[in-house]
Write a protein that binds this ligand. Structure first.
Ligand SMILES: Nc1nc2c(ncn2[C@@H]2O[C@H](COP(=O)(O)OP(=O)(O)OP(=O)(O)O)[C@@H](O)[C@H]2O)c(=O)[nH]1
Ligand SMILES: [Zn+2]
Length: 224
């Protein structure tokens, strides 16, 4: 295949994509004629298109180091970076009775957050801090981190990510008493464009009892 030319590299893959009716679901899953496309098919399709991007950029797809990159990137998108677009990957949430009568706020802080800016498809790296007050049930701690990870693994804007995490927790815990703060660096701001490596973006969601100034203050004192 010629380096840097616009050719259909893999006729088979191109043919396979013909006639697909691609449609995003509200949860971000992709439908093919009414059915979710399986991961392996997504990987083949993305690999095909990423190969074309690399060729347009003039990269040598015969190079030993580059030849597997289309498959590598496709696999990373589907299985890792954007796995949160597939509703099948939504974490199962374990809840327990609050038999210990713990009635103070629970804060899960410094949750490692990796997401991707939906405008530039480059990483957003930061921390999420999440708190709730139990309405009778408590959530397995790691499930809070998993919720953050699930919604982070999508092309995102930070505002939506913050709201999605809050909504998911409220639903899981059957309470409005939830707070979420995200502090993250956007590589689209740091590594290109304005190239500001120092600024970070803080977003927050406070609802229920966390709208109370004192409750909010207590939460903020833990994540300082
Ligand atoms: N509100 C919001 N904006 C974001 C987020 N991530 C990236 N952006 C911004 O999205 C904007 C896209 O603006 P455009 O003018 O279309 O893109 P651009 O020409 O690449 O802009 P520059 O980054 O200024 O070079 C930029 O200002 C980004 O900083 C986010 O999570 N929330
Ligand atoms: Zn961006």
């Amino acid at each position: 295949m010629q380096n840097g030319t616009l050719v259909t590299v893999n006729g088979k893959h191109a043919a396979e994509t013909n006639g697909y009716h691609l449609e995003s679901t509200s949860e971000g899953g992709i439908h093919k004629n009414g059915h979710l496309i399986d991961d392996e098919t997504k990987i083949k399709m993305i690999s095909h298109h990423f190969r074309q991007i690399m060729q347009i950029l003039g990269l040598d797809l015969n190079d030993d180091s580059l030849k597997d990159t289309p498959d590598r990137v496709a696999k990373m998108y589907v299985k890792e970076a954007f796995s949160g677009l597939n509703p099948n990957n939504k974490p199962d949430i374990s809840l327990f009775e609050n038999s210990y009568h713990y009635n103070e706020m629970l804060v899960e802080k410094n949750i490692t957050l990796y997401s991707y800016c939906e405008h530039h498809f480059v990483p957003i790296i930061g921390k999420a801090h999440v708190a709730y007050l139990s309405s009778g049930r408590v959530i397995g701690l790691s499930k809070i981190n998993r919720i953050v990870q699930y919604y982070g693994r999508r092309p995102q804007v930070q505002e939506r990510l913050t709201e999605q995490i809050a909504t998911a927790l409220k639903k899981a815990l059957n309470t409005d008493d939830v707070a979420v703060v995200i502090d993250a660096a956007h590589l689209c701001v740091a590594s290109r464009g304005i190239c500001d490596v120092n600024s970070t973006t803080v977003t927050s969601h406070y609802s229920g009892k966390f709208k109370d100034v004192e409750v909010k203050k207590e939460f903020l004192s833990y994540i300082k």
